[in-house]
Design a protein around this ligand. Structure first.
Ligand code: FAD
Length: 541
């Protein structure tokens, strides 16, 4: 292994146009989400030089929006008197997921306490809270003082401090490079300047996350046992475009469990999203859900696994969340920075494009075109058991849509996260971790609580370690005869995060100085500048 990153002279493999920027390191990590960061830190710990590239201008991936981590038999659980065991957790996870990968579940259940919890705590993560979830009577859903942004920020800080890790932001991988049947590099594009890059590495770790914002992939891989929705909303991040799946497939990888997808059933269109593709999630404990016949068909308090099953067992057609004037005040909406109590009322409850409003239930039934006896029966049943009946006019019906969220399938990997081909053979030089792999099947068919973030860290570490150990650099100099997989279109806007963060600042009337006293008004080109910028993440996340 070479312990330093070499910057080579410009060399064009394509032989035309401006020569690409060429660089090399022991390990190339594609994606700076929670899995990629874990891989980079672990590879660096094992003496490797690392280049991390990310299509976004900031790191952390989906974890900045996420909540907690499921971890088993941790110091925090013990300090709170919670008795947990790897055996119990294995049983719970396998039962919930129904067809989860038993080997990975067992490993994770046995090792997450030390390999995820203690490792993160050593990086400075402070877990404060452990919650019970529908999967088990044992509380194991760990939270910091807020969202998982407080998990990835210490990871990012740690990675940025390391001299043997170099980050390339706004840099999307669009092809993999191979030589003598071994993957030795990544071709990439700067999404702001259009500049081309060729990055060579002894090992390549793909950690590009799921495909839930690529509607074609979601629909093409729709689970045949579920009714096919007429409309689906995007509930995943801008960069969940599925690039890693294409890169891995083009490299010969087998893709497993692609139809295992977490699709929430409580989505509504984001009224401030111009193309109406993005969705928000709504929760309301003082509401009923009805189908296209006005029937209440499910207990709304059930966990999302059961709600999903009930909704997708219904014939396709609209379903509605119905509540009254008191319930309107309980409506919780998540998924955009502009949301607050006032905007939920003005943009959602009082928005006739989203919400139907009526003075009484008979009128609501007419407006929804459902039999009024069905609607009244469902609400009557709910009211019999409810502390707070649905009885105070006006009455509202908010149309719900399925909303994409998390991918539970992807490239097949072995126990070291080496990517496997369709014959089960190792694709040399290529590793994959995190949601891209459906966290190795740990969730089976049904996502659990916190069973993406924790396993993404776990797998990232395994990938980083194995990639560093196996990164004997195959060539002294990049050889002009390297092969390339097909080039992905990569049409993501490199200024996306800049635009949304500044839109949120304007919507919430935040002063420029709130961020810019700390950070310069310039692109975060160096690790030192990015480190300063991290202090501002929690203003929005
Ligand atoms: C709103 C929300 C809430 C969630 N809550 C929870 C929760 O409470 N608990 C839980 O366990 N899980 C939760 N999840 C799921 C969890 O956040 C993700 O599964 C996890 O963060 C995935 O991490 P990752 O590193 O594998 O991928 P990602 O976080 O998706 O990171 C992938 C990175 O790769 C980059 N990338 C993509 N394509 C390219 C390319 N071609 N070139 C270069 N870079 C590229 C992306 O920009 C991104 O930074 C939630 C997800 C969402 C959307």
């Amino acid at each position: 292994m070479k312990a330093c990153i070499l910057f080579l002279s410009a060399l064009s493999l394509s032989g035309c146009g401006k020569p690409p920027f060429v660089s090399q390191a022991d390990v190339i990590v594609v994606g700076a989400g929670i899995a990629g960061l874990a891989a980079a830190i672990e590879a660096s710990d094992n003496g490797a030089s690392v280049i991390v590239l990310d299509a976004n201008s900031v790191g952390g991936g989906h974890a900045v929006k996420a909540g907690g981590l499921a971890m088993i038999d941790t110091q925090l659980q013990r300090s709170k008197g919670i008795e947990d065991s790897p055996q119990q957790a294995t049983k719970d996870l396998l039962a919930w997921g129904e067809d989860a990968d038993k080997k990975w579940v067992t490993r994770y259940a046995h090792e997450s306490g030390a390999e995820v919890h203690d490792w993160l705590v050593n990086l400075g993560v402070e877990f404060k809270l452990v919650l019970r979830t529908p999967e088990s009577d044992v509380p194991r859903f760990h939270f910091t003082k807020g969202t998982a942004v407080h998990v990835v920020l210490p990871m990012l800080r740690e990675a940025l401090k390391r001299p043997n890790i170099v980050f390339l932001w706004n840099t999307g991988a669009d092809a993999l490079l191979s030589h003598n049947q071994q993957f030795i590099g990544v071709r990439a594009k700067n999404l702001r300047t259009g500049g081309r890059l060729q990055l060579y590495g002894g090992s390549i770790v793909l950690a590009t996350g799921g495909f839930q914002s690529n509607m074609k992939m979601v629909v093409d891989n729709w689970n045949a046992s579920r009714s096919r929705p007429e409309k689906l909303l995007i509930g995943s991040g801008q960069f969940a475009t599925g690039d890693g799946y294409q890169l891995a497939a083009d490299a010969g990888a087998e893709l497993l469990r692609m139809d295992d997808q977490v699709t929430f059933v409580n989505g509504i269109p984001d009224p401030r999203d111009a193309d109406q593709g993005k969705g928000l999630t709504v929760i309301n404990k003082q509401a009923v859900i009805i189908n296209k016949n006005g029937e209440r068909f499910v207990d709304e308090s059930l966990p999302s696994k059961m709600l999903e099953t009930a909704v997708f067992a219904e014939p396709t057609g609209p379903h509605w969340m119905v509540f009254d004037a008191k319930g309107a005040r309980k409506l919780g909406v998540r998924g955009a920075a502009w949301l607050n109590t006032n905007s939920v009322t003005s943009d959602i409850v009082q928005n006739p494009k989203l919400t139907v409003t009526a003075g009484d239930l008979a009128q609501l039934a007419v407006l929804l075109n459902v039999p009024d006896e069905n609607l009244k029966r469902g609400i009557g049943e709910y009211n019999l058991a409810a502390n707070q009946p649905i009885a105070t006019p006006p009455f509202y019906a908010l149309q719900l849509y399925p909303l994409t969220r998390k991918s539970m399938g992807g490239p097949a990997v072995n126990e070291k996260t080496q990517v496997l081909d369709r014959d089960g053979l190792i694709i040399k030089g290529l590793y994959a971790a995190g949601e891209l792999t459906g966290v190795a099947g740990i969730n089976g068919s049904y996502g659990g609580s916190g069973t993406f973030l924790g396993p993404a860290v776990y797998m990232g570490r395994i990938a980083g370690r194995a990639a560093a150990i196996n990164s004997g650099f195959p060539m002294d100099d990049p050889d002009p005869n390297v092969q390339s997989t097909a080039t992905l279109p990569l049409d993501v806007d490199g200024y996306w995060h800049y635009t949304v963060s500044h839109d949120a600042v304007r919507a919430n009337e935040i002063e420029c100085d709130t961020c810019h006293l700390q950070t310069p008004m310039a692109e975060a080109g160096s690790s030192a500048m990015m480190m300063t910028r991290l202090d501002t993440c929690t203003h929005c996340h």
